[in-house]
Design a protein around this ligand. Sequence first.
Ligand SMILES: O=P(O)(O)OC[C@H]1O[C@H](OP(=O)(O)OP(=O)(O)O)[C@H](O)[C@@H]1O
Ligand SMILES: Nc1ncnc2[nH]cnc12
Length: 184
Amino acid sequence: MSQQETYAIDIAGVQRDLRLFEIKPGVRIAILNILGDTELVNAAAKELAQKLSTQTFDYLVTAEAKSIPLAHAISAEMGKPYIVLRKSYKPYMGEALQSETLSITTGKPQTLFLDEKDRASIKDARVVLVDDVISTGSTLQGMRLITEKAGAEIVAEAAILTEGDRAQWHNIIALGHLPVWVDE
Ligand SMILES: O=P(O)(O)OC[C@H]1O[C@H](OP(=O)(O)OP(=O)(O)O)[C@H](O)[C@@H]1O
Ligand SMILES: Nc1ncnc2[nH]cnc12
């Protein structure tokens, strides 16, 4: 196993040393946590907004939690509203739609909920799905299922970084890619 503890990356002109973390025995990923990192969020949002500028859409859609500031910043750049799929249900969400995910970082199922008011907003709308990192794609798949169930059309999918199997993610609008380190 490599002794490397961090992974250096340039994201939209911002340098960061991402901490390597063993998510399961023999498998390590470089953790990107954009919460609180205003410089990185704003730089990434600006570049992603530029890449999305050719798309005609009504809403950005993201999943709680770490990618919320990214969706907010892209929304501010592009003047388009955003919707957050929540990971716990509150009674005020009414007849919410739900779908199950299993992200690489969490290792156990999580449920995404689309509030009934947001569900009404995206019916027949054109949406762009946004995530901070797309790794196994489980969160992305959950977002796809729930937005399609709500009657939205997905016109693009964007992330700051993709991760792992690069070939899977050639249709994703992204600013870079992260390896996954697997012990021999
Ligand atoms: O492609 P996947 O394997 O699904 O992984 C990607 C997801 O994993 C992380 O979220 P996490 O589950 O850690 O939740 P959090 O943002 O609420 O911390 C990340 O923010 C993505 O949403
Ligand atoms: N490298 C990573 N950092 C933070 N969240 C992630 N979710 C999936 N891969 C991730």
